[in-house]
Design a protein around this ligand. Structure first.
Ligand SMILES: O=C(O)[C@H](O)COP(=O)(O)O
Length: 253
């Protein structure tokens, strides 16, 4: 089938918690200085590829929102409609939120941390009410505007993240693409892996091996039925993508 549409996706730039190597999930960490620079670099890659957009989607979390803001300003499209949804939030890291990934691996073993980070359907233990970051998450006004406290997850696996990401793709994003809108999605590692799995119809075994680098835009060409035409394509050379993916994969080892 011939390509008819293109959808572009970007994982946010490095956050302050990425920098400190902390499990972040629904905690609203800000972009680090490097992350902000990465957002500028990301905009440059989009510009050099000649990509422009009609509509954007992001999560309720600052690191993704701020990456998108920088990109839109830098590509000269600051006034595009921006849709924000909790459904695009990062997966909730449960009780691991705020803990250092390397120290957690030293305590529980690298294999266990890898299961929590990358297994398809094994979530980390749920966050409890006495957890240091419980209150900051369940009382975040950005979330409570859309969700009751009981609807805010206590932990999520890739599988349960997918269950909230897919309806957003099907009900909101896909209809816009079918209308011919050029869509940009700026969000998080695991919510993007959910979208990639769904759009590319990847198996559970293949998706768990995918590590998306920060702030390197990638896109899919889609046919009229929104089936992918060709693979996911990054806007950076193969060596850079390989190195950045490896960096994400090896966190906590
Ligand atoms: O929430 C986080 O800690 C990161 O954004 C994603 O981390 P991961 O690559 O360890 O899943």
């Amino acid at each position: 089938m011939a390509p008819r549409y293109r959808v572009v996706m970007v994982r946010h730039g490095e956050s302050e918690w990425n920098l400190q190597n902390l499990f972040c999930g629904w905690y609203d960490a800000k972009l680090s200085d490097i992350g902000r620079e990465e957002a500028y670099a990301s905009a440059k890659m989009l510009q050099e590829a000649g990509l422009e957009f009609d509509v954007c989607h992001t999560s309720l979390l600052s690191r993704a929102n701020d990456t998108l803001d920088v990109i839109l300003r830098e590509i000269g499209q600051p006034n595009l409609p921006v849709y924000k949804s909790w459904r695009l939030n990062e997966r909730h890291y449960g009780a691991l939120t705020g803990f250092n990934k390397l120290q957690t691996a030293q305590k529980y073993g690298a294999e266990q941390v890898q299961i929590w980070r990358r297994s398809y359907d094994i979530p980390p233990p749920p966050i409890e009410e006495d957890h240091k970051y419980y209150s900051a998450i369940v009382n975040n006004p950005k979330f409570t505007q859309e969700l009751s406290k009981d609807e805010i997850p206590r932990t999520e696996s890739l599988k349960t993240t997918l269950q909230r990401v897919i309806p957003y793709w099907e009900d909101v994003i896909a209809p816009q693409i079918r209308q011919g809108k050029r869509v940009l999605i700026v969000t998080h590692g695991t919510s993007l892996r959910g979208l990639v799995k769904h759009v590319q119809q990847m198996s559970d075994e293949v998706i768990v091996k995918l590590n998306l680098p920060n702030a390197i835009p990638f896109y899919y060409d889609l046919d009229e039925n929104l089936q992918t035409v060709g693979p996911l394509r990054f806007l950076a050379d193969e060596e850079t993508v390989r190195r950045e993916m490896e960096k994400v994969a090896s966190i906590g080892k």
